[in-house]
Design a protein around this ligand. Structure first.
Ligand code: 5GP
Ligand code: MN
Length: 338
């Protein structure tokens, strides 16, 4: 985003506008933190802003300031459509292709004449937005929203509320500041957010220390199911719908499970396959260390994408067929994996 574009956006934001802010479907900490952080900033500038999430998100994000104002498109279609219809500006955050908002919302976004602004750090962006702030080197969309506000000369408008929202997404997308996209700038921004009032210890507690007993048991099952292919430095695990049901699965419960495989010594590629009877798919999460691109892997074989070291995908076949496919593909990557 160059200085001309920044001035144009600044001009656009100089008078009150109807604004809709959209995260990706199945929003995570970065998606909700960035959309709500931006929401509070735009409210401060006197805009009529609303966050419309394509669908619901996990309970551990429900304490976020402004949570009660978020519309869920899946269940609030009419209200959502009315707002989208009269929107002057639509921000799409933490995704870069319409379909990531779910097919229903994708159609409406595509048909809308509103000016689109994308802020996102995923690979291979589509070019639907008039203003694109897309940077795959960024730790998180929350870090980018901080930069965006700073570029608009409004860093001093970041208060405790905005800071808390932005802290969440930087923390969750960096695995608490350990993944390789974490830079000195990331830490400087985190420092500044704490200075502005984000309660780092409390936020960590709200996100990570609210486990239910059944979630820990489900994690236990995922760890029992873990399989290792040492010669390809790969670990993968599965959770069937029956296992999810047995442990009273709730949205968000499997968040982070895939990382345990990656924590094994010598392992550089980890996957988790989670059955969803409702969507009739196997949802796949992929993680890697170093050069091996799970974004490319997922795009090539599992209808997904994401980042070099973290991506998602799906399979329309049953668990056994999906796992067999996964195992049979791996040798093609022997060079990268061994
Ligand atoms: P997760 O495994 O946590 O669901 O996703 C890992 C990363 O990949 C996230 O940044 C997420 O936004 C992205 N991602 C997950 N599923 C998909 C997908 O189906 N398509 C694309 N393009 N990205 C995905
Ligand atoms: Mn993100």
């Amino acid at each position: 985003m160059n200085t001309t574009q920044i001035s144009e956006i600044k001009a656009l934001l100089s008078t009150p506008k109807n604004i809709v802010i959209v995260p990706h479907r199945n929003p995570d900490g970065d998606a909700m933190g960035s959309t709500l952080g931006l929401y509070h900033y735009l409210k401060k500038l006197n805009h009529n802003a609303t966050v419309i999430a394509p669908n619901d998100y996990p309970d551990f994000l429900k304490w976020l300031p402004g949570d009660d104002t978020v519309l869920k498109y899946e269940t609030q279609l009419e209200e959502g459509n009315a707002l989208l219809e009269k929107a002057d500006l639509i921000f799409t955050l933490d995704f870069n292709a319409y379909h990531r908002a779910g097919h229903q919302m994708a159609e409406v976004l595509e048909a809308s004449n509103a000016t689109k602004i994308m802020i996102d750090h995923h690979q291979q962006p589509d070019d639907y937005a008039k203003y694109m702030y897309s940077d795959v080197r960024m730790s998180s969309t929350c870090e980018m929203v901080y930069n965006f506000i700073e570029k608009l000369g409004d860093e001093n408008k970041i208060d405790e509320t905005i800071a808390s929202c932005l802290y969440v997404g930087i923390m969750t997308d960096t695995g608490s500041f350990r993944f390789s996209a974490t830079t000195t700038k990331t830490h400087q921004i985190i420092g500044s957010l704490i200075e502005k009032g984000a309660d780092n210890s409390q936020i960590h507690n709200n996100i990570y220390d609210t486990n239910s007993y059944s979630r820990l048991q489900l994690l236990g099952r995922a760890l029992q199911n873990l399989k290792v292919i040492p010669e390809l430095r790969t670990a993968y695990t599965t959770l069937s719908q029956a296992e999810l049901d047995e442990f009273n699965f709730k949205k968000g419960d499997t968040e982070g499970f895939v990382n345990y495989g990656l924590s094994l010594e010598g392992i550089i590629f980890a996957a988790i396959f989670i059955e969803s009877k409702q969507d009739n798919i196997i949802k796949i999460s992929l993680r890697s260390k170093g050069e091996f691109s799970v974004n490319e892997f997922s795009r090539a074989h599992f209808n997904g994408g994401g980042h070099t070291n973290a991506a998602g995908g799906r399979s329309e076949e049953d668990m056994e067929t999906t796992i067999n496919k996964f195992i049979s593909i791996l040798p093609q990557y022997k060079q990268d994996l061994s």
